[in-house]
Design a protein around this ligand. Sequence first.
Ligand code: NDP
Ligand code: MG
Ligand code: MG
Length: 330
Amino acid sequence: MAKMYYNEDGNLELLKDKKVAVIGFGSQGHAHALNLKESGVDVVVGLYKGSKSWSKAEHQGLEVLEVAEAAKKSDVIMILVPDEHQKNVYTNHIKENLSEGDALAFAHGFNIHFSQIVPPEYVDVFMVAPKGPGHLVRRVYEEGKGVPALLAVYQDYTGKAKELGLAYAKGIGAARAGVLETTFKEETETDLFGEQSVLCGGVTELIKAGFDTLVEAGYQPEIAYFECLHEMKLIVDLLYEGGFEKMRYSVSDTAEYGDYMVGKRIVNSETRREMKKVLEEIQTGVFAKEWLSENMLNRPVFNSIKKKELEHPIVEVGKNLRSMMEWIKE
Ligand code: NDP
Ligand code: MG
Ligand code: MG
């Protein structure tokens, strides 16, 4: 079983005489900075001149400095700019401002695990990765609760990297829910695999295949949309609340029987074989290399597929149907 930590395991005193720089003020950045500040931590937000986020952070009562200056003044530097920009931001603004015994922190392991950022040996490197989007990390904290997080140590120079990471996790409220120990490798590889095979790639292709099958058979696209996409949320909510058991308890016995009989014909041994291949491409760095060079070339493949996906009939049908459901915010 994985090791879990809670509030009583974290010591905020470890952060009391330190300054924490939160680099970036987006989804995760705003939540980390505000939660830490309200936990009594001395926080500065690091951004670039002209950033849209600058005035947002200042309006929330936070000190804002350019990245290099924020990094220089701080002892813990949490990098929360988009993963594709982290290497540049680190190389140009953070690297030369790291002093001995500082800590470099991340909310996702990609850049460390795939050696895009290679920190000097005289700093700690840890990860605190909330298992939820930033707005939830913020809202749940304000309600006195927390979103669980993963904790990992990549480099322990001071001998205190893990305690410091735990203190950080407590500061953003995550230890109120539970902090799960992992490694940069495990977090990075499972995160990529999950989004590709199950959460994003798996789900969208499954929905599209179902929608296309019904529409090609002559059923109305609106009905196909409701059945294959809209209802997904109802099912996922049940899975989220109570696992397979609650979902299968809630649906009809006919649906449950169909689930048992047909699911394995759709996600079959060929699909599982392909999943193993996908995982291998992640583990060997083939995917990382492909994505990094795609970015270097200004994303020709990404942009063309993105455009093509927007032309799928499910997009137009969905827009029209969602506009009838005024409780759904676009
Ligand atoms: P966002 O895209 O929301 O962050 C963008 C922020 O970074 C903005 O404030 C932006 O400023 C700023 N920024 C962009 N470029 C630079 C730069 N060159 N220098 C300084 N600031 C810059 O990122 P996320 O919060 O989604 O992701 C941050 C990290 O958290 C990533 O490692 C991600 O994998 C991880 N993570 C994200 C989760 C999520 O829910 N989104 C969940 C768990 C982990 P501007 O306003 O000017 O654009
Ligand atoms: Mg991810
Ligand atoms: Mg039904």
